[in-house]
Design a protein around this ligand. Sequence first.
Ligand code: ADP
Ligand code: MG
Length: 699
Amino acid sequence: MSINNLFGSNVFSDAVMKERLPKETYKSLRRTIEMGEPLNKETAEVIANAMKDWAIEKGATHYTHWFQPMTGKTAEKHDSFISLTADGRATMEFSGKELIQGEPDASSFPNGGLRATFEARGYTAWDPTSPAFLKEDSAGVTLCIPTAFYSYTGEALDKKTPLLRSMEALNKQAMRILKLFGNTKSKKVISTVGAEQEYFLVDKKYYQARKDLIFTGRTLFGAMPPKGQELDDHYFGSIKERIANFMRELDTELWKLGVSAKTKHNEVAPAQHEVAPIFATTNIATDHNQLMMEVIQKVAMRHDLVCLLHEKPFKGVNGSGKHNNWSLSTDDGINILYPGKTPHENAQFLLFLAIIMAAVDEYAPLLRLSAANPGNDHRLGANEAPPAIISMFLGDQLTDIIEQIEAGHLNVSKQVEVLEVGVSTLPKLPKDATDRNRTSPFAFTGNRFEFRMCPSSASIAGPNIILNTIVAEHIRRVADELEKAEDFNKALKDVIMRLIKQHKRIVFNGDGYSQDWIEEAARRGLPNLSSTVESYTYLDKPESVELFEKHGVFTKHEVESRKEIVLEEYAKVINIEGLTMVQMARKQIMPACIEYMTSVAESISKIKSACSAADVSVQEEIVTNISKLLFDVRVKVADLEKEIEISKSIEDIEEMAFYYREKVFVAMEQLREPCDELEKLVSEDKWPFPTYDELLFRV
Ligand code: ADP
Ligand code: MG
């Protein structure tokens, strides 16, 4: 099939709707999509029918409201189109009501106290801004309708609802600024996102032989092989045929779903890869990233590979992240974060730049927590991903401009003139105004910001909710001020200068991995929140709640429930990891070591009885070393078990999560040490599960 026919072939896209819907219905739906006008019942009925016919023609028998509960995964409950007639025959039906709203019950999803199970009503509602699509595999074809998931009381139970709310907030505020700059054409401001996805592929047979990978998605034990990533020979290296075949099929499957997989390459660590789509509206980009994660895993299985999305599957080589490229665009295609060539737009750009600096600086802890999960705790600040300190990379050009603006009073006339007539005398910004800085968490890359902290396995909804909301808030403050100003140009200049002065500390262009930066950041008063549990204490601070409520993104109740869900999940993840370690140590590592040691000991007595003068010191050394380490393992296993027991008994969820972080997590690290040492001593064929060698280099 040609790419033209293939791309989006499983999407009820705009083109399909235009073709299949009556003109009036189509127009009315466009108004809903573009301007957020409510959809009326009759229109929904017509759309549902057209959607059903299209899906059935393509082989669908079932439909599902596809939603994104707070697990960060996607969920679906399948219903068939089947309906019975009075005379006992079956027809295929799908009503407007079934399209628009569902009640999946789904009371077992985490809700952080928003929904007691006895009042378990939860609804899914069609999000017409994200197109319906077909999931097609050997099990059949299902029509998937992207939906928001919320409770009887209207509280959000998912990641999509607050994301949509944050997009609305941003639109509302940003439009005010565009108006002030005399833009009468643009009707809407949207945030755009392109998420680069990193992942590992391991051979299925090795995966299946490791309990830790199966239960936790990462290796809890494992000694480094002689070779890791030090030669950098994997990064951008030629792609092996097996992997290339997988990638080709992955592209095909993604394209069918309208996911514009664009670039793919080998990443830094062995067996690590990346795929990136072309950017889209945040909402669609988020849906597409969820689909991407799902499809990578599914296609990998078809190639006897397993995709690991975990942030840190292997100790000693780089883990995986997700780069969230984020920008602001108008409905008529103006990228607001493109510095541009015309002075007029430059002034607007500088204002937005100053606003974003202010937002990122003031709300750094929120941005930090939006990228927190248990897996990412291993990466941030470990010299493979940005540090846990939020800062902004602007590059030489922009930094220079900012410094000039800050020093404005030195050449007042010049600067004033600049800002009054636009910014014509400011240095021209080259198209790619920035070089690269791989160590910065939030880097300007020419026409967008790249938030580089995000966890590979998590939804990008969280980071974008925060980004949209904190920027909306700072735009609001500026718009309030500028709308009242008598002299717009003067007020504009003052605002830009003030924001830059106040928030310049957030700009850092140097090496984010260095110890110097950690110290410098502390001097600047920038927070350094090293873990998920620590950063989440900021989510429900009064100023955070105020921010979310002001922009209608979260209610206080929703904020509290989300914090509870994350902390509870954190505790559960560490608990599962801890228990898996205990089991692997007790039931696999210790017995294997004992068996090997016994065989060596037997060899000592056999050799001695055959020849009493023979030197058996090598065997003795092996036995001694192994038994020493084994004793250590026994002690550490017991410690870990004890800490897990204590954690479980803690009632307060925050306290519990902290205990898991501070005690269980540490006890796990301590148990790993002697076990990894043992792996180096025990004969390869006796070691009870596949090693890093097999996982990383035998794909
Ligand atoms: P790099 O590896 O240099 O970071 P990639 O090409 O791998 O670059 O990824 C860049 C990502 O940024 C792509 O997903 C791309 O579509 C996205 N992107 C480009 N322009 C914008 C924009 N205006 N808004 C959001 N994302 C963008
Ligand atoms: Mg990138």
